[in-house]
Write a protein that binds this ligand. Structure first.
Ligand code: URA
Length: 433
């Protein structure tokens, strides 16, 4: 079989066979297909699409491209959660500890930043000492002891996705339903959890901008999960506006701790409680109302915050940063974006903020780029907030003032100011499954 022929077939709109999709996934995993041919096929898939059957086969081929985790050694119901990617999306840092504090086991494999969106692995690695690569034994021990562990695609888990994810990040081939569904669901199937909650983002900062496309993605992923025998549900959430106030790795860890302390942005809190309650419900912890109350009580009684600290310590990190987030270092330089006129913040474009954050150093432009954990943005005002002329709308953080050049235009253009007051819409849009 030749990669050239597979690229040509998809370029011309053909349907790839099971053998061809397995050849592609295996070649991505073992390095036998060069990056330029993998990227060419990704672009052909992005442009021509794949049908439902091709998507399911690619998901299986990627899940089987490396080791799969058998979680039967974990004591209790295992629940996983994954987001399709957004700006300021630090929900895993909150939801995984909440679910673990409520008695379910979270054994999670997460990703790095992708395009203009952040990734949990990059955020966790901004905690000094935190290891996202654990051996199988360490991973099981951590889940059994603390109820949760979050790792990257370390070892040989889904190596095909690891390679393709990094290539999609830098070749403008992220936002395709089949590529997103197979990337996420291959990891979820390989990671072995019995229940899966998917956070499908929609809006300007999401890979699926329209609600219609987001619903289609949610349906595809829920159907792949259920067919594979996993209880799967998707929650559609808003990504027109960045989630929470912080964007950038260290800044987002600090904001996650704030939410776990019972403070912080109401939209972020609402998305986290909805996701956590759904995880608990799938795991059989009670009715939707009981699960919501359980999740909220873990914030009030501090048990969820303690879980984040325990996870940090057991993955080699320094828990004193979670106990006292003011210990985190700050970026050397900052730049304030100010309101030019009074009114109410109307739109706040998530894509512009996410792109600005990458330019500030918080994301990757090339596959081998090293990110700056301190770079990012704090949004001082969010939609519906009242502003006076000269009020600070956002503060940008970077290691060099030169990095503010392009980012500041993007962030000031992301804000629109309106004359009429309004109430912000709920960040929860719908549920599938
Ligand atoms: N998250 C993933 O793991 N993969 C994608 O393609 C998008 C978001």
């Amino acid at each position: 079989m030749r990669m050239y022929d597979i690229i040509e077939k998809k370029r011309d709109g053909g349907v790839l066979s099971e053998a061809e999709l397995y050849f592609f996934a295996r070649g991505a995993a073992d390095g036998s297909i060069p990056d330029y041919q993998l990227s060419a096929l990704l672009m052909a898939i992005y442009l021509k699409g794949m049908n439902a059957e091709e998507t399911v086969i690619l998901t299986k081929a990627m899940a089987e491209s490396g080791d799969t985790v058998d979680l039967s050694a974990v004591d209790g119901i295992t629940v996983d959660k994954h987001s399709t990617g957004g700006v300021g999306d630090k929900t895993t840092l909150i939801v995984a500890p909440v679910a673990a504090a409520c008695g379910v086991k979270v054994a999670k494999m997460s990703g790095r930043g992708l395009g203009h969106t952040g990734g949990t692995v990059d955020k966790l690695e901004s905690i000094p000492g935190f290891k996202t690569a654990l051996s199988r034994e360490e991973f099981f021990a951590a889940v059994n002891k603390n109820g949760l562990a979050v790792i990257g695609q370390s070892g040989n888990l889904c190596p095909a996705d690891k390679k393709l994810y990094a290539l999609r990040d830098v070749t403008a081939t992220i936002g395709n339903l089949s590529l997103i569904a197979s990337s996420i669901m291959s990891k979820k199937l390989a990671a072995g959890s019995e229940c899966i909650v998917l956070d499908v983002k929609t809006g300007s900062g999401a890979f699926m901008r329209s609600r219609r496309d987001a619903y289609a993605l949610a349906q595809a992923m829920v159907s792949i999960g259920n067919t594979a025998g996993r209880k799967t549900r998707a929650i559609l959430t808003d990504m027109d506006v960045p989630l929470g106030k912080a964007i950038g790795n260290t800044l987002e860890v600090i904001e996650a701790v704030e939410i776990l302390e019972g403070r912080g942005d109401p939209a972020l809190y609402e998305v986290c409680m909805t996701l956590a309650a759904n995880m608990l419900e799938l795991a059989g912890k009670g009715s939707p109302e009981q699960c919501r109350a359980l999740a909220e009580s873990s914030i009030r009684n501090g048990s969820a915050l303690e879980k984040l600290a325990l996870m940090t310590a057991s993955q080699g990190g320094d828990r004193s940063y979670i106990d006292n987030p003011s210990k985190f270092p700050r970026a050397k330089h900052s730049f304030e974006i100010k309101a030019e006129r009074p009114g109410f913040v109307g739109a706040l474009d998530a894509l512009a903020c996410g792109t600005a954050c990458v330019l500030l150093g918080a994301g990757r432009v090339k596959k081998e780029d090293i990110i700056d954990p301190l770079a990012g943005i704090i949004l001082e005002k969010k939609p519906s907030d009242c502003v006076k002329s000269g009020d600070v709308l956002a503060v940008l953080y970077a290691s060099s003032p030169a990095l503010f050049e392009d980012a500041r235009a993007l962030v000031s253009g992301a804000f629109s100011i309106t004359d009429e007051p309004f109430s912000p819409a709920s960040p929860i849009i719908g549920t599938v499954g």
